[in-house]
Ligand binder design. Structure first.
Ligand SMILES: NC(=O)c1ccc[n+]([C@@H]2O[C@H](COP(=O)([O-])OP(=O)(O)OC[C@H]3O[C@@H](n4cnc5c(N)ncnc54)[C@H](OP(=O)(O)O)[C@@H]3O)[C@@H](O)[C@H]2O)c1
Length: 276
């Protein structure tokens, strides 16, 4: 299969690149973070995006690019729309006449966090700009009926070029919320799961196997890796006063049985990976 991976230079995209390029012919893109072997693409360059996606002979376009930091999106909704919504319109136009199917990485932030868990049938009600841009992009993709939206939760693990999750552990202290509950997803499990889902259309959820607070996640990562980092318990409003986050986000599926690994399994793998 020939795959275009938008955002291969990012945290999630790097993990997907590792998994997908082992089995498929993958063309990956970068924007600001130059990575040898990836091709440059600015999502706002509509001609370049349309030319690459529509003219590259791809079977699949995996879209993992955009503006992800929540505070950046909250502070500049216009930029968030330009990076998270408009490129999806351009992409869909570009692949309309080709056989390429789009697999779009969406987020649990399309929900408000008031339910104990969310399935694909639950109504969306995003509480911040980032979540609203992901929901708007989903609407564009779902109008067609042939493309796939994969909602994922907070992702953790190692990534080849943008190792942003573990970078948090490089500081002497890292703050982690005791009042945000999640079912985090171990990055290496995402590639194989996507490959098992990409024949589908519509929305699917792929969540992590265990429900924890952010504080518990970071504490268990710190212990599993034997790091000196001190994980400091905080309340979310104390560190993110300007961008609301839903208090509890647990993704579950009624469309398939795939679920990411539990934390002990994931952390044993991560520790072995880090030790090399
Ligand atoms: N990380 C999570 O926990 C999480 C959870 C749920 C959903 N997701 C979704 O997963 C996807 C990837 O997230 P991530 O955490 O990997 O974010 P990330 O590390 O910030 O990566 C974002 C990617 O988008 C690219 N990008 C940014 N601006 C661009 C532009 N103007 N033109 C072209 N490409 C541009 C970046 O390229 P450069 O780095 O080269 O600039 C990078 O490859 C996003 O769709 C996000 O919504 C992530």
């Amino acid at each position: 299969m020939r795959i275009l991976l938008l955002g291969a230079s990012g945290f999630v995209g790097g993990g997907l690149w590792t998994a997908l390029s082992a089995r498929h012919e993958v063309v990956g893109t970068f924007a600001a973070r130059r990575v040898p072997g990836l091709v440059p693409l600015d999502l706002r360059d509509e001609r370049a995006l349309a030319g690459l996606a529509g003219g590259g002979g791809f079977d699949l376009v995996v879209h993992a690019a955009g503006l992800v930091p929540l505070e950046a999106a909250e502070g500049d909704p216009g930029r968030a729309h330009a990076l998270n919504v408009r490129p999806v319109e351009v992409l869909l136009d570009a692949v309309r006449t080709s056989a390429a199917k789009v697999v779009f990485l969406s987020s649990d932030y399309v929900f408000d966090g008031t339910r104990s868990q969310y399935t694909e049938d639950d109504p969306r009600s995003p509480v911040n700009v980032y979540g609203r841009t992901k929901a708007a992009a989903e609407d564009l993709l779902l109008a067609d009926g042939t493309h796939l939206v994969v909602r994922i939760p907070m992702v953790f693990g190692r990534s080849p070029w943008a190792d942003t999750f573990l970078a948090r552990m490089a500081a002497p202290t890292t703050a982690a919320q005791t009042d945000l509950v999640c079912a985090p997803l171990y990055l290496p499990s995402l590639g194989p799961a996507l490959a098992g889902l990409w024949d589908r259309a519509g929305v699917v959820h792929y969540g992590g196997g265990e429900v924890v607070t952010r504080f518990e996640l970071m504490t268990r990562v710190q212990r599993a890796l034997g790091l000196p980092t001190r994980v400091v318990p905080v309340r979310d409003a104390d560190i993110h006063p300007d961008c609301p986050r839903p208090p509890r986000l647990v993704l579950r599926s009624i469309r398939h049985a795939l679920l990411g690994p539990d934390l002990d399994t994931a952390l044993a793998h991560l520790a072995a990976d880090v030790r090399g």
